[in-house]
Design a protein around this ligand. Structure first.
Ligand SMILES: [Zn+2]
Length: 155
């Protein structure tokens, strides 16, 4: 995106169209349209004068091209911004899903641990009550535990 020197534009114009006399060249270089064209993008200006020898018309073409390109550029910019938003949103959603999965897994682990602790506590209580029953069944006379038939050393 560079501007173009008036003399270069004159040379190009003559190459595309026809050689000009010195007088015509002076008039060409003094045109207001030329000064405007020289501030515009080089490629756009060259393309315009290549197709249109009249500077006023060439300027119109160049301006249309600039407008068209600006619209295309804006469209592209908003498309890129939209795609970026969508990508960011997808990433945020994936992160939320991952956090949710992690939270569920942690809750599940906690629940299992609580169940295991409860089972262990019940087994311990059961063991204690069994031990209590066993001690209670000890023979008062011989101080022995009864066998599987309920007999101790006394009987
Ligand atoms: Zn006994």
């Amino acid at each position: 995106m560079g501007s173009i020197e008036p003399l270069r534009l004159l040379q190009l114009w003559q190459a595309y169209h026809q050689p000009l006399t010195e007088e015509q060249q002076r008039k060409f270089l003094s045109r207001a349209e030329l000064r405007t064209l020289c501030w515009m993008d080089e490629l756009i200006v060259i393309d315009a004068i290549r197709h249109q020898p009249k500077l006023a018309k060439a300027l119109e073409i160049a301006r249309d091209t600039v407008t068209t390109l600006n619209i295309a550029r804006d469209t592209l910019a908003s498309e890129i911004a939209r795609d970026l938003d969508a990508a960011n949103e997808a990433r945020a959603q994936a992160a939320r899903r991952k956090a949710e999965t992690k939270r569920k897994q942690e809750a599940e682990t906690k629940r299992k641990n609580a169940l295991n602790r409860e089972a262990a506590r019940r087994a311990f209580d059961l063991q204690k009550s069994f031990e209590g029953q066993r001690v209670a069944s000890r023979c008062k006379a011989c101080d022995r535990f009864p066998d599987i038939q309920g007999r101790c050393g006394c009987s």
